[in-house]
Design a protein around this ligand. Structure first.
Ligand code: FES
Length: 110
């Protein structure tokens, strides 16, 4: 049995360009950090504390991502451009469940 150590995800940037990203599942990374490692324009101002919403993404796949946690819900309550499929990238841990998942970066906060 092979152990999956990398997953493939697609992230569309704010110009509509799709990027295929490979992310390790065994390095305790979240989606915000993976986007930053590929130099996508995700600021991650708060360092992943669910306090800035600069890592907001729209989820375009049915993959099970878990529910928004309380801090995330509170931040998204105050953020702009929030849709029903909004999540904070920093609150999405990279795991094998995300294989093939498709995300889109939300517009920048004004
Ligand atoms: S990096 Fe600030 S909320 Fe995600």
């Amino acid at each position: 049995m092979s152990v999956v150590s990398d997953i493939n995800i697609t992230v569309t940037d704010r110009k509509g360009v799709s990027h295929q990203l490979t992310a390790p599942v065994d390095m305790n990374m979240n989606l915000m950090e993976v986007c930053r490692s590929y130099d996508l324009p995700v600021e991650g101002v708060c360092g992943g504390m669910a306090m800035c919403a600069s890592c907001q993404v729209y989820v375009h796949t049915e993959q099970y991502l878990g529910e928004r946690n309380n801090d995330e819900e509170a931040m998204l309550d105050e953020a702009y451009h929030v849709k029903s499929n909004s999540r904070l990238g920093c609150q999405i841990p990279i795991s094998t469940e995300l294989e093939g998942a498709i995300f889109e970066l939300a517009p920048e906060e004004p």
